[in-house]
Design a protein around this ligand. Structure first.
Ligand code: 5GP
Length: 196
């Protein structure tokens, strides 16, 4: 997605060779027009898949997921991150190791918000090691709903997330795929493959 790549090139800052900061349009401030286009692109890729609900993770997954749910005309639920939970009876819960915070969070969704047999699209802002995605998949599986695919805004393709998910049979659609982060710059996978 060309416009997203332009935003990453112009406004992203490479913190180190593992982490990209995109606070000006995705993770802190949100660029509404870009987010609308992101939603439309996810919708375009999943429009024939009978998606009934999008599941994402608070907080940075919510904006792209909301735009995609509008475009796909489907429901939206976001999983919550909680440190301690006293009442787990009515929740599906999974443990996720956070890449950016280097800590384990429980994520949860109320049982009444996911139904057996639903066709779920999982959306998240970044894909790194795939832990957030696996946690969300776990919640959907607990509800006996079906994960139809995963929509990722920015995939860091040098990390194993995509491979882990694909090996488990999941379809991954990423709008920008980063081959590497080095010398303060993000290099996109396409620019490497098309140069060959
Ligand atoms: P994973 O669970 O795939 O290892 O990491 C994905 C999660 O970690 C995303 O939900 C995102 O919040 C965060 N994350 C991973 N890598 C980055 C990054 O380079 N930049 C930012 N801003 N967040 C990231």
């Amino acid at each position: 997605m060309q416009r997203l790549k332009q935003f990453i090139e112009k406004e992203g800052s490479v913190i180190n060779d593992q982490v990209l900061k995109v606070d000006s349009f995705l993770n802190h401030a949100i660029h509404p027009q870009l987010m609308k286009q992101i939603g439309e692109e996810f919708s375009h890729r999943f429009q024939h898949d009978g998606i009934t609900k999008i599941v994402t993770l608070e907080s940075s997954g919510i904006a792209p997921a909301l735009m995609a749910s509008l475009a796909l005309n489907c429901e939206l639920v976001f999983a919550r991150k909680r440190k301690s939970m006293t009442m787990t009876d009515h929740l599906y819960t999974s443990s996720v190791h956070s890449f950016t915070k280097n800590q384990v969070n429980d994520i949860s969704v109320s049982k009444n918000l996911l139904e057996k047999g639903e066709r779920i699209l999982i959306i998240d802002d970044f894909l790194a090691n795939g832990q957030a995605a696996l946690g969300l998949i776990d919640l959907v599986n607990q509800a006996q709903a079906n994960v139809i695919g995963l929509g990722i805004v920015i995939e860091k393709s040098f990390q194993p997330g995509r491979e882990i998910l694909e090996k488990k049979g999941y379809r991954v659609e990423s709008l920008a795929r980063i081959a590497h982060l080095s010398e303060g710059k993000a290099t996109f996978l396409e620019s490497i493959t098309s140069a060959n």
